[in-house]
Ligand binder design. Structure first.
Ligand code: PNS
Length: 162
């Protein structure tokens, strides 16, 4: 059985993330989407909220599981006996950071964790969680960027803040 992990901050999950999830789920037998619990960042959504969003968005994808992790990805992957990490590449600007992450993980894991890149569908290539939050903060339309229920949750967070 070929399993893979798709790690990320997912603060919040965008349609670009969901596109990568669906495509990876059709390639691998099982995909674990795992949310980084990074105590040094101050995210808009808690880890639990981000996990709930991902669970709701992927409820019709039976081979996708949602989880969270802290610490190094290589340790999470080893403890789940996973040897492939999936990441989305939107544009060449992502490449330098992603290459470094992939090489570091491969080196640190003694070649036990490799990275597979999926190029984001062109319609989502401009999307990022940060830009979605900024657009919402200033009252812009985020409906092309996230599922409707996520847009509602983001607006709820920003109510009275802008
Ligand atoms: O969605 P993001 O923020 O681009 O995802 C980045 C993520 C979570 C994949 C990356 O920061 C990560 O794996 N962090 C865990 C710590 C780790 O293993 N770092 C790699 C060695 S520097």
């Amino acid at each position: 059985m070929k399993r893979a992990v798709y790690p990320g901050s997912f603060d919040p999950m965008t349609l670009g993330h969901l596109d990568v999830i669906k495509r990876a789920a059709s390639i691998f037998d099982e995909l674990i989407v795992t949310v980084l619990n990074n105590k040094e960042k101050s995210p808009l959504f808690s880890v639990e909220e981000r996990v709930n969003i991902l669970e709701t968005a992927t409820k019709d994808l039976p081979n996708v599981k949602i989880d969270s992790f802290s610490g190094l990805l290589i340790n999470y992957a080893a403890s789940h006996d996973i040897h492939v990490s999936v990441r989305g590449l939107r544009a060449v600007t992502d490449f330098e950071y992603e290459l470094q992450l992939a090489q570091t993980n491969r080196q640190l894991s003694h070649e036990q964790l490799d990275t597979v890149f999926l190029t984001t569908s062109l319609e989502y290539a401009y999307l990022s969680s940060s830009s979605v939050k900024e657009i919402a903060y200033f009252g812009g339309d985020i409906s092309p960027c996230v599922p409707g229920f996520v847009a509602d949750l983001i607006h709820e967070k920003f109510k009275g803040r802008a």
